[in-house]
Design a protein. Structure first.
Length: 284
């Protein structure tokens, strides 16, 4: 029996959704997973090809809460950034006009700005503006999200040696970052189901580190071999390298850092996780 209400989740097959869905089910919510292709994700219902689906739009409009996780940070085409970051949000915002929808929870990125020249930051910024107009949005600006050593995400694997080769790093390695633990992101989303006012919140990790320090941390080895690619060369080559866009190169070089705001954690009654402690104490 549905006791808590309906929650629709976009990109319900994402890593963050994988953490959220079992918890939402356990709390008594009816979960509707919106995905592009068929997947076994554990939601009460699943809708495929969701951005083209009238069924998905109806599910969004009938939801009590929408958790919007769809986004794209590394693609070579501007149209792909528009579709994943802005068009998807416009669909969500249109559904949020329904009186049934009480709240929309959205994951954005620090520095998102509708007038930014970086495509990712620009369309994340536009998405924020679209959702702010609904008056129902809780927006968490999350920098790079990091998992535990037991469940390394793709971003962690990118910073680990592959086939005994040095870790490839774009830039000097001295770029600052405040990576956030994915468990904290999930906790913030779950808390925001019932707590906090609509608004935009910075959700960065509590520790500042350089890219090089992060590599040493996740490898548990301060002698990890690293090969640094100068920024100018990465920009020059990125249009020709599969899986590396100029937009993402710009993010890595100029937009990795953010600000730790303790008040965000206080408002949503969660505690920041020390990634340094987590990775140093856990074994893979």
């Amino acid at each position: 029996m549905n006791t808590k209400g309906n929650i629709a989740i976009t990109s319900a097959n994402s890593v963050t959704a994988k953490i959220l869905i079992p918890e939402l089910n356990a709390r008594g919510y009816h979960t509707i997973g919106l995905v592009r292709t068929e997947a076994s994700i554990g939601t009460s219902e699943i809708v495929t090809n969701w951005m083209e689906s009238d069924i998905a739009k109806q599910a969004l409009a009938n939801a009590d809460i929408i958790i919007h996780l769809t986004g794209e940070i590394n693609t070579k085409k501007e149209t792909s950034y528009i579709q994943a970051n802005l068009t998807s949000t416009q669909i969500v915002a249109q559904a949020a006009a329904s009186p049934k929808v009480k709240r929309v929870i959205f994951l954005s990125y620090p520095g998102a700005n509708a007038r930014h020249k970086n495509w990712y930051l620009r369309y994340k910024g536009m998405a924020e503006e679209v959702l702010e107009k609904t008056g129902k949005a809780v927006i968490f600006r999350c920098p790079f999200i990091v998992d535990s050593p037991h469940e390394p995400s793709r971003i962690d694997v990118l910073f680990m040696p592959q086939h005994n080769k040095p870790v490839q790093v774009i830039g000097s390695g001295q770029e600052k970052m405040h990576p956030v633990y994915r468990g904290d992101v999930a906790d913030a989303v779950l808390s925001s189901l019932v707590k906090g006012e609509p608004g935009t919140y910075e959700l960065s990790g509590c520790e500042e580190m350089t890219t090089t320090e992060f590599i040493y941390l996740v490898n548990k080895n301060n002698h990890t071999k690293i090969r640094y690619t100068p920024g100018w060369l990465a920009r020059l080559l990125s249009p020709f390298i599969k899986g590396l866009s100029p937009t993402f190169v710009d993010v890595l070089l100029n937009h990795t850092n953010s600000t730790f705001i303790p008040d965000t954690y206080r408002q949503f009654d969660i505690n920041p996780t020390s990634l340094v402690k987590l990775w140093r104490e856990c074994r893979r």
